[in-house]
Design a protein around this ligand. Structure first.
Ligand code: ADP
Ligand code: MG
Length: 698
């Protein structure tokens, strides 16, 4: 027997050193245990194959087995679609693609046996399945399986033949290696009292559920466990932590802050900004370590609050660090802040992955000697060799993009943990945030700077491109700039990138008199910056991009945001994207482009976007709309705090439930010594060891 927590993944049949290296790098899967905890992101019911003559347009997702008789293309340009006539001998359905046409036409062949999976609809009197999943019939094991798991994989993995099906096979192999049940991680008392599945059954059913009911029970058990230990950790240790770590005291406001305020501040602060700065001043002056979440809708002016907080740190002899989730954003913050601090004697530097060689050496030595007052950067600032002289304040922008572990690493760059301000435009219900973080305080900027015109949002079908381009052209002629954004999801990165490239060419053709920028995540950081810079400076008028521009980017002259395939974005993401415009005094527009066929859910999402600009209202609607999970739905991007399976948006009730259980245990056994709970305390200790963040953030 071996211990699955430590058994190296490379020894699993079908893996080997090469694939192991990829699994390590791409998914952080090192052991069999890690693999078993890599959960599918969706399931599809593949227990039954339908005949073509049985299906109609009202059915949910179904699968068929048969052959493509022939391909046909219709339409021109963006209207183009590829149709494959598919038959199993009982009738014909049309498989339809609006995107990635070349790729699809090259990949699938007529007269081969395929399993087709998708949602039938009736269009023009014929049954259509748009963008179906297609597998070679010979490769798919239909047989006994109920719900088939789908695993997220990356392009790199796919290139090494580690696609979702391959991941599924590996998980199957891992279960074959288990000779006995896994050691339990919850006590028998808890399991029986709350009617939970055993750990082994839960893991088996999370990967290979025989039916939706068993899947639900497996999810329940694993979510329960995940949230329970987070709560147990917070409740058992947060008092300890508060006593152990006192905060640095920033007693006074000095030259840096005052000079900035009187000489450089380009506008009057909004009432909300003033209030929040005051709250922060109180926090950092009182001897407690600040751990504050700053929520403010896109465009509400969080950067300025961050800067003023950093100036307070500098006035008290400390350094400050601002961490942003992307290079583009880190760059932009640096420029904005340098400009705001112009003429003041404050040394600001930027550290990203592209700062290398001599320049990096110099920067690192200036940092440790205290020559640098403010360090702005990406993940690069948490690397081990980055050391500060006296780090007093850490600001983390767009925090929902960062893992808790990364935040904890920043804490460890100082003798005492520095004060922490995390900023986000994604409203997190206060109760959820507090239960998850323990003693986190929350500030809200609930007021936009004056003079902003609300962004006008419209929904347009993609067959009305001409009028869309006309209005875009008008805006550009008036000197404005335009974003056009394409979705990028993991499942089909290749097709998505192709869409972007095609869209780019198409836009270049449609607007020959203007210059067009292109931006996506696969570009090198320097290229991205150069392209962004061209847009910021006004050299290019149109920016065609993927969601890399979603977070924080600020180009006040841009007044139109066109979102292609808007149906593929979640509400929060649409709102973030929309927030890229409406930053200047001019009227701005957001145009959501979709094709004609929309699900009920999508229609509602788009309606909400058209109706309101209020981020909090949108977040609430988002929570409601998502509901308790549909089987087909891919996991929505949204608020995720390093949780593997629980979802704060959906599992608020469960969170409260397990918190009460944990509270009772801590009340009865505050020192963690009762033998009844031995298993729980042992498990908590081991979690605190593997999650460094658990020990510091609670
Ligand atoms: P976010 O909260 O989304 O990070 P930013 O900090 O990027 O917003 O601010 C958005 C824009 O509003 C910036 O161009 C900034 O200069 C401007 N701004 C911030 N505060 C004010 C204010 N009090 N009055 C006028 N404009 C402001
Ligand atoms: Mg911002």
């Amino acid at each position: 027997m071996f211990d699955i927590t430590t058994r190296d993944i490379k020894y699993l049949p079908g893996v080997g050193p090469q694939k192991a290296a990829i699994l390590n790098k791409e998914l952080e899967i090192y052991s069999l245990h890690d693999l078993l905890y890599y959960f599918p992101y969706k399931y599809v019911d593949r227990s039954r194959v339908y005949y073509v003559h049985e299906i109609d347009g009202n059915m949910p997702y179904i699968q068929l087995k048969g052959q493509i008789l022939s391909f046909e293309t219709f339409g021109e340009g963006r209207q183009r679609r590829l149709v494959a006539h598919f038959s199993d001998g009982t009738g014909v359905v049309d498989l339809v693609w609006f995107q990635g046409i070349k790729y699809i036409a090259g990949k699938y062949k007529a007269h081969e046996e395929y399993i087709v999976f998708g949602k039938p609809t009736v269009y023009g009197g014929r049954i259509n399945i748009a963008h179906p999943d297609i597998d070679n019939a010979s490769e798919l094991t239909l047989s006994s399986m109920g719900l088939q798991p789908y695993y997220n994989t990356t392009e790199k993995m796919k290139r090494s033949f580690l696609n979702s099906t391959a991941m599924q096979k590996l998980v199957e192999a891992a279960f074959l290696q288990l000779q006995s049940p896994l050691p339990e991680t919850l006590t028998a008392a808890i399991i029986s009292k709350h009617h939970l599945m055993s750990l082994t059954d839960a893991l088996k059913n999370i990967h290979f559920p025989k039916n939706p009911e068993l899947l639900r029970k497996a999810q329940m058990r694993l979510k329960f466990e995940e949230l329970f230990y987070i709560q147990l950790n917070i409740l058992r240790y947060s008092k300890d932590r508060q006593q152990k770590y006192r905060g640095y005291i920033f007693e006074h406001i000095g030259k840096a802050f005052n000079e900035f305020y009187t000489k450089n501040l380009p506008f009057e602060l909004t009432g909300a900004q003033k209030r929040v700065v005051k709250e922060i001043r109180n926090d950092v002056g009182c001897g407690k370590q600040m751990n504050r979440l700053l929520q403010g809708d896109v465009g509400s002016g969080k950067t300025l609050v961050a800067l003023m907080s950093m100036l307070i740190a500098i006035d008290n002899g400390y350094q400050a660090c601002l961490m942003a989730p992307t290079e583009i954003l880190a760059n932009q913050h640096t420029e904005t802040i340098k400009e705001l601090l112009f003429g003041l004697n404050i040394h600001v530097e930027l550290l990203t992955g592209s700062v290398k060689g001599k320049k990096r050496e110099k920067l690192l030595s200036d940092l440790i000697t205290g020559n640098i007052n403010i360090l702005i950067g990406t993940h690069a600032v948490i690397e081990d060799n980055v050391a500060f002289s006296k780090l007093g304040l850490v600001v983390i922008d767009e925090q929902h993009r960062f893992g808790v572990a990364q935040r904890a690493k920043l804490w460890q760059k100082s003798i005492y943990p520095p004060h922490v301000l995390v900023m986000t435009a994604t409203p997190i219900p206060r109760t959820l945030a507090m239960t998850l973080y323990g003693d986190l305080d929350v500030s809200v900027i609930d007021e936009l700077p004056p003079g902003r015109k609300p962004i006008a949002t419209m929904h347009q079908f993609d067959n009305r491109r001409e009028s869309l381009y006309l209005s875009i052209g008008k805006q550009i002629a008036e000197g404005r700039q335009v974003y056009i954004v394409y979705p990028l999801i993991k499942e089909s990165e290749k097709i998505d990138l192709k869409n972007l490239e095609e869209g780019f060419l198409h836009i270049c053709e449609a607007f020959p008199q203007y210059k067009v920028s292109k931006l996506h995540g696969k570009m090198k950081a320097v290229e991205k910056d150069a392209e962004m810079q061209r847009f910021v400076s006004g050299e290019t008028q149109i920016m065609v991009a993927t969601t890399v521009i979603e977070v924080g980017v600020n180009v006040p002259n841009a007044s139109v945001m066109v979102i292609e395939n808007a149906e593929r974005f979640g509400l929060s993401q649409l709102h973030q994207l929309r927030g890229r415009v409406g930053r200047g005094a001019d009227q701005s527009y957001c145009i959501l482009v979709t094709n004609y066929k929309l699900s009920e859910d999508t229609r509602k999402r788009l309606e909400i976007m058209v109706r309101t600009n209020d981020g909090f209202e949108i977040a609430e609607a988002d929570l409601k709309l998502r509901g308790p999970g549909d089987l087909e739905g891919t996991q929505q991007s949204g608020i995720a705090f390093d949780l593997k399976i629980a979802d704060l948006a959906r599992d608020g009730q469960l969170l409260q439930y397990v918190r009460n259980i944990a509270q009772e245990i801590v009340d009865n056994d505050p020192l963690g010594v009762s033998l009844d709970n031995e298993l729980l305390w042992k498990q908590l200790k081991s979690l605190r060891k593997t999650n460094i963040n658990w020990a510091s953030i609670s």
